[in-house]
Design a binder for this molecule. Structure first.
Ligand code: NDP
Length: 251
């Protein structure tokens, strides 16, 4: 039996990349997984992959930065499966630019997706976790929280998520809700592929360059993150809360 048998999990931005790997992994551990993404067809792709492996999943189109959509979707999920026990706030975007060229739109879009999105989803999810005194919330920070050229908006949001994580751990701990964050380093996904395109670099070349800076001498895979998230959502991690776990192949 999987470690999350009978649990209901929500993964945002799960139509591809890290979120898709997380959704697949949580389903493999026995959770019923609500796959959320901006576009329904992307969410359906992941839902179908989960079903093909015998797991339980449903797909939802949901923009995490919109309160009405978040509240309605979480309500639908809770009605379908009688509750929500696990939330993985993964949805994210980049709008990189140097400070002097960064527009208000670039700033707001990143803040709204990462920070407001995680806030809205956590608020919607805790409503179902508090009454049953069991819950796991995992936020997605980044090594960029420590500072990264061209990412004033993104690094600010990812650093903000660390404060958000620690505060929620304090507020929700008395209700047996663990709140942690993963902070991935370079992970091979569409997001990093687009970064390569933007800076006019071959993706394989960028990966090779990044690997040379990583002590384990490789970039990460979505599964590397999904494995850690599955651990943090399990009772093996029952006494871990308010932590930021860097998953970057080095210190
Ligand atoms: P991807 O771009 O591959 O996937 C992100 C997914 O989130 C997409 O399906 C995207 O939909 C969706 N999404 C974007 N905005 C919203 C929204 N408002 N509501 C719902 N879904 C949304 O990214 P990754 O898998 O690489 O990244 C996942 C998370 O990990 C992000 O938070 C990212 O910041 C973080 N991260 C990634 C790292 C990496 O190296 N890849 C490193 C550190 C952190 P659509 O395709 O329609 O835009």
């Amino acid at each position: 039996m999987g470690k999350l048998q009978g649990r209901v999990a929500v993964v945002t931005g799960a139509g591809r990349g890290i979120g898709q790997a997380e959704a697949l992994r949580l389903a493999k551990e026995g959770a019923s997984v609500a796959v959320l993404d901006l576009r329904e067809e992307d969410a359906e792709t992941t839902r179908n992959l989960i079903r093909e492996t015998g797991g339980t999943a449903e797909a939802f189109a949901c923009d995490v930065s919109q309160r009405d959509q978040v509240v309605a979707t979480f309500q639908q999920i809770a009605d379908l499966w009688q509750g929500i026990a696990i939330l993985v706030n993964n949805a994210g975007i980049t709008r990189d630019n140097l400070l002097f060229k960064m527009s208000d739109q670039d700033w707001d879009a990143v803040m709204n997706t990462h920070l407001k999105g995680s806030f809205l989803c956590a608020q919607a999810a805790q409503k179902y976790m508090v009454p049953v005194r069991w819950g796991k919330i995992v936020n997605t920070s980044s090594t960029s929280a420590l500072g990264n050229r061209g990412q004033a908006n993104y690094s600010t949001a990812k650093a903000g998520l660390q404060g958000f994580t620690k505060t929620l751990a304090i507020e929700l701990g008395p209700y047996n809700i663990n709140v942690n964050a993963v902070a991935p380093g370079f992970i091979e996904t569409e997001m990093t592929r687009q970064t390569a395109e933007r800076i006019g670099m071959d993706f394989e070349q960028l990966k090779k360059m990044a690997s040379q800076e990583i002590p384990l001498r490789r970039v990460g895979t979505p599964q590397d993150i999904a494995n850690v998230v599955a651990f943090l959502c399990s009772d093996d991690a029952a006494f871990i809360s308010g932590q930021v776990l860097y998953v970057r192949g080095g210190p």
